[in-house]
Write a protein that binds this ligand. Structure first.
Ligand code: IFM
Length: 441
C-alpha cells in the first residue's frame, strides 16, 4: 500500500467493519425471524435464495475472527448488534442474545480493540415487518426500546455507538427500488420510510443521551453523484438524485430540514406532521460515519415518473459489483461533509472496500486490485484531512467475505477469504498489505 500509519495524525484509527446478519449465523442463539429471512425465501429476490442462517458462523468463531483483526494491527472493530437476536419478536428480550453481545464486547476489549457498535444494520424483526415495518411510525418507538435494552447491557463499554447504518438503503433502496427487504416499489411507502428511519435515529439519540452515552452518531452512505453529460437536464437530474441519495439524511440531521426538491416529489405522501419531528432528528451528534464505495452518473428520463432520472454506466474500471472505482469521490464527500454540514465534528470512514472474484490458489489469495483500491481510498482520506476534514479513522469493509444481501455469498468484499463450505478463513494478500502499512514503527 502507498501509505503508512505515520502519514496520519496521532490517534487515527484503522479498523475493519462487519454487520450481524451478514456474518453471525442467524439460526443460532434464539434469534427471531427477520424481513431478510422472508425476503430471501421468496423466489427472485436473492441469488440462489441464500440467507444469513449460517453466514460465517461468527456466532461461534468470533474469538478467532477477533484474533485475525488484532493480528493485522488494527485498532478498532466496527460491528452491529442484531435487534432480532436481542428481541426476536421485536419486543421480548432474549437473554441468550444479550449474553452473546456481552461476550463479544469482552472479547473485543480483551484484545485492546475499540468497539464501534451499530444499533441497526437491517435485520428488522418479522413481527414488526408484519405491522408495516419502517412505514409504521410505531416501529420508531419499538426501536427505542431495543436501544434501551442493548445499551443497558453493553453501552458503557462502547467506544462509539452509531444509531442506523445507511438509512438510504433502509428506505429508498428497499421501498422505492425494491432491491432490499422488504422489496417494495412504492413512493408512499418510501416517503414514510425515509422519514421514519431518520426519526428512529433521533429516538435512539434521545434514549442514548438519557443514559449518558457519549460518542453517538450515525452512519450514512454517499455516492459521488455526477451528471451523465453536459446538458442542463442531466445537471438537474443529478442534483435531484444527489438530494435523495446524499442530502436528505445529513440535512435532516445537521440542519433539521429536508431538501425541498425531494419534499416536492413526495408531496402528499409524507407522513402528517413530519415537520414536528425535525428537532428530534436534528439534535446534536458526536460523529458522522461515512460509507463510500463509488460514483453514479445520472441523466434525465422523461418517460419515467418522478424523480425522472436514470443511471448511466460510467467508463472507469469496475469492481465485482459493477461499481466504478473512483477514490476522488471519497475526498470530495469527506470535504463536503465538513464544509457544508458538520464542520469540525469527527468523521470516520466507517465503510469502504471492494468486491472481487477472489480464489484460493496454493493456499493463498492474491488480490492486488483490492490492495490498490484500499490504498487509493486511504490516500484520498489523507488528502481530505489535509484539506480540513476532521477524519479520525478508516474502517475497511469488510473483515470477512460475507452475506452480501441480494447477491448472497457471490460477492466477496473481505480482506479475509471465507470458504462457505468449510468456513475456513484465509487472510488475503490485501490483509497482509494493510498489516504492513499500519504496523507501528
Ligand atoms: O455489505 C454492505 C453493507 O452491509 C452496507 N454497506 C455496503 C456494503 C457493500 O455492499
Amino acid at each position: 500500500m502507498q501509505f503508512k500509519r505515520s502519514d496520519f495524525p496521532q490517534g487515527f484509527l484503522f479498523g475493519a467493519a462487519t454487520a450481524a446478519y451478514q456474518i453471525e449465523g442467524h439460526k443460532f442463539g434464539g434469534a427471531g425471524s427477520t424481513h431478510w429471512d422472508t425476503f430471501a425465501a421468496t423466489p427472485g429476490n436473492v441469488v440462489r435464495a441464500e440467507d444469513g442462517a449460517l453466514a460465517c458462523d461468527h456466532y461461534h468463531r468470533y474469538e478467532a475472527d477477533l484474533d485475525l483483526l488484532k493480528d493485522a494491527g488494527m485498532d478498532a472493530y466496527r460491528f452491529s448488534t442484531s435487534w432480532a437476536r436481542v428481541m426476536p419478536d421485536g419486543k421480548t428480550v432474549n437473554p441468550e442474545g444479550l449474553d452473546f453481545y456481552d461476550r463479544l464486547t469482552d472479547a473485543i476489549l480483551e484484545r485492546g480493540l475499540k468497539p464501534f457498535q451499530t444499533l441497526y444494520h437491517w435485520e428488522l424483526p418479522s413481527a414488526l415487518a408484519d405491522q408495516g415495518g419502517w412505514m409504521n411510525r410505531d416501529t420508531v418507538l419499538r426501536f427505542g426500546d431495543y436501544v434501551d435494552v442493548i445499551t443497558d447491557k453493553i453501552g458503557s463499554r462502547m467506544a462509539s455507538i452509531a444509531t442506523i447504518n445507511e438509512p438510504w438503503c433502509v428506505s429508498f433502496l428497499s421501498h422505492f427500488l425494491g432491491h432490499h427487504a422488504p422489496g417494495l416499489r412504492d413512493i408512499r411507502a418510501t416517503a414514510r420510510a425515509m422519514h421514519h428511519i431518520n426519526l428512529a435515529h433521533g429516538e435512539a439519540m434521545t434514549r442514548l443521551r438519557a443514559k449518558g452515552m457519549k460518542n453517538c452518531g450515525i452512519v450514512l452512505n454517499f455516492e459521488a453523484t455526477q451528471p451523465a453529460d453536459d446538458s442542463a437536464s442531466s445537471a438537474k437530474a443529478a442534483d435531484l438524485q444527489d438530494a435523495i441519495n446524499n442530502r436528505w439524511f445529513i440535512e435532516g440531521i445537521a440542519k433539521g430540514t429536508y431538501p425541498q426538491v425531494v419534499i416536492d416529489g413526495f408531496g402528499q405522501h409524507m407522513p402528517a406532521g413530519w415537520q414536528d419531528d425535525m428537532a428530534q432528528i436534528g439534535q446534536p451528534i458526536d460523529f458522522l460515519g461515512v460509507n463510500y464505495y463509488t460514483r453514479g452518473k445520472v441523466a434525465h428520463d422523461a418517460d419515467a415518473p418522478w424523480p425522472h432520472t436514470k443511471s448511466v454506466t460510467g467508463t472507469l474500471d469496475k469492481t465485482q459489483m459493477g461499481w466504478e472505482i473512483y477514490p476522488d469521490g471519497l475526498h470530495t464527500t469527506l470535504t463536503r461533509m465538513a464544509k457544508d454540514y458538520v464542520g469540525d465534528l469527527p468523521i470516520f470512514v466507517t465503510e469502504n472496500g471492494m468486491a472481487w472474484d477472489d480464489h484460493i490458489e496454493n493456499g493463498a489469495v492474491y488480490d492486488p486490485e483490492r490492495i490498490n483500491f484500499a490504498s487509493d481510498h486511504i490516500l484520498a482520506t489523507k488528502r481530505a484531512i489535509a484539506d480540513g476534514a476532521n477524519v479520525q479513522g478508516f474502517f475497511y469493509w469488510s473483515l470477512l467475505d460475507n452475506y452480501e444481501w441480494a447477491f448472497g455469498y457471490e460477492k466477496r468484499f473481505g480482506m479475509i477469504h471465507v470458504d462457505f463450505d468449510t468456513l475456513q478463513r484465509t487472510p488475503k494478500a490485501s490483509y497482509h498489505a494493510l498489516k504492513s502499512a499500519i504496523v507501528r514503527a
